[in-house]
Design a protein around this ligand. Structure first.
Ligand SMILES: *[C@@H]1O[C@H](CO)[C@@H](O)[C@H](O)[C@H]1NC(C)=O
Ligand SMILES: *[C@@H]1O[C@H](CO)[C@@H](O)[C@H](O)[C@H]1NC(C)=O
Ligand SMILES: *[C@@H]1O[C@H](CO)[C@@H](O)[C@H](O)[C@H]1NC(C)=O
Ligand SMILES: *[C@@H]1O[C@H](CO)[C@@H](O)[C@H](O)[C@H]1NC(C)=O
Length: 449
């Protein structure tokens, strides 16, 4: 009887649901690089229950560096896999080139992954698409060529693969509008025009749901966000509805621009970029669940939310405690500093550095034993990332902290770690141990249920 009981308890402890959160606009540290995920303007392709996120590396600003691929099984913890394409000495992928909005679809007959890219010079005058292929989703791609689809300008692009296997290029043609073009059967060429909107819309992405095609996109305001819109139709060749906003009007799509719409359960996830044009590596990811009812699409804003990938469902973020760094235990060179935008007007600085400052939060309560997302509110006045080691219940994670620069509003960085049921969880934030400084810490936000 006793043995039976403890067996049950063990099982219960193991199956307690995780509360891994998507935190829009936060620093997302890759599991194996210790640095912010560099996959901007991305698309996602799913295979064997693994999501592959393919996007632009903006570590050194706008000019092309790499098209990166990261993988995840939960849409929250991302592992850097490799670069599909990297800068070459000359040509389309050479120095000072624009290579943006990578999107991949798979052709099951040719067994090739086909990658489309916006290819341009630094003044955006060429306005072409580039095509590359690979035998593996996240392996090296062979660059084939660039061209203007059907002779028209093409800047922001997307791809759509319909249920019947036909492929389509979504392309912004500055002179004429937004286009859907049909791809050849091997996906390597553009063969005919399917639809043209005369309105100026970029950042296109299509979702097919409940018999409708939904085209999402943004207005043309450069790197600055605007109220993104969608149009719907029962056929790709139209007629398409007029454009309508889906996020709160005036919110500029919660300060983001569409890059991809990921089908998810009975709905979909909006994936947007929050560009920081003055420091593009600092750009973050705004992912939010869409509500779709018939032809009506809406999107609410959340600080954090919890996707359940196996069920295709999601929940709002859990309740949490928010211990302040200035009330925690400081050691080494760590000191309290005034910080006007921080809660209580105070942060703890000199984390790391030559005198190994640390801040230790003890006695944190949680009612669940689960992998949980902890948000760290911090300041980093530098123009590049700072790094730290965050130890949660004796397990240490390398965590990045993007610049906050303005010195007023703390940023969020997330760490995913095991919390224990009870009131003895401990979080230690330290520097890397190499003499560099970590961020100033305002507080931590820890799930309590
Ligand atoms: C996801 O949902 C399923 C079905 O409701 C549930 O059994 C599972 O525990 C959930 N997983 C997580 C990680 O929450
Ligand atoms: C892939 O390419 C072949 C032609 O090479 C084509 O017949 C097929 O429809 C394409 N699509 C898929 C999904 O395999
Ligand atoms: C691509 O398709 C266009 C339009 O059908 C055609 O003119 C062109 O020759 C094709 N290019 C290649 C490389 O097949
Ligand atoms: C960050 O800024 C501080 C001064 O605020 C400076 O001492 C330090 O060298 C900078 N670190 C990096 C990595 O730029």
């Amino acid at each position: 009887m006793k043995v039976f009981h403890s067996g049950l308890l063990l099982l219960a402890a193991k199956t307690v649901t995780a509360t891994l959160q998507i935190v829009p606009g936060a620093t997302w540290t890759a599991t194996n690089t210790g640095a912010h995920v560099q996959a901007h303007g991305a698309g996602i392709i799913k295979e064997n229950n693994v999501y592959y996120m393919i996007g632009e590396d903006k570590t050194n600003g706008s000019p092309f560096q790499n098209i990166n691929c990261y993988s995840s099984q939960d849409l929250v913890q991302w592992t850097y896999v490799g670069a599909l394409l990297s800068q070459t000495s000359s040509g389309d992928l050479g120095p000072n080139r624009v290579v943006e909005r990578p999107k991949v679809i798979y052709n099951s007959s040719t067994k090739k992954y086909v990658l489309y890219l916006h290819i341009d010079d630094s003044s955006y005058g060429e306005a072409k698409v580039g095509v590359a292929t690979s035998d593996t989703v996240c392996g090296k791609y062979t660059y084939i060529r660039s061209f203007r689809p059907l002779g028209y300008q093409s800047r922001d692009l997307g791809l759509f693969q319909d249920d019947d296997g036909k492929g389509y290029l979504l392309t912004e043609d500055r002179e004429n509008g937004l286009r859907i073009d049909a791809l050849s059967s091997d996906y390597l060429n553009v063969t005919s025009a399917t639809y043209l909107w005369s309105q100026s819309i970029e950042a296109p992405a299509i979702l097919k749901k409940n018999g409708y095609y939904f085209m999402f996109g943004s207005h043309l305001t450069g790197w600055s966000p605007n109220d993104n819109v969608y149009s719907y139709a029962t056929s790709l060749s139209g007629p398409w509805s007029s454009w309508t906003t889906f996020a709160t009007t005036g919110s500029n799509t919660y300060s983001s621009q569409t890059n991809f719409i990921l089908p998810f359960g009975s709905s979909a996830i909006y994936m947007g970029d929050r560009w920081v044009s003055t420091n593009l590596q600092r750009s973050t990811y705004v992912w939010l669940p869409l509500q779709i009812s018939g032809t009506k699409v809406t999107m609410a804003n959340y600080v954090n939310w919890v996707p359940n990938v196996s069920a295709g469902t999601w929940a709002a973020g859990p309740s949490e405690t928010q211990p302040e760094a200035e009330s925690a235990t400081l050691s080494g060179g760590a000191v309290t500093l005034s910080c006007s935008g921080c809660s209580g007007g105070t942060a703890v600085g000199y984390i790391g550095g030559s005198s190994s400052g640390t801040v230790t939060f003890k006695g944190i309560s949680s009612s669940a034993s689960a992998m949980s997302t902890i948000r760290i509110k911090y300041e980093n006045g530098n123009t590049s990332q700072r790094f730290g080691k965050v130890t949660v219940n004796s397990v240490t994670y390398n965590v990045a902290f993007l610049p906050t620069e303005d010195g007023n509003s703390p940023g969020s960085s997330v760490v995913h770690a095991q919390l224990n049921s009870g009131s003895s969880n401990t979080i230690v934030i330290a520097g890397l141990g190499d003499g560099t400084y970590g961020p100033d810490i305002d507080r931590v936000m820890v799930p309590s249920s």
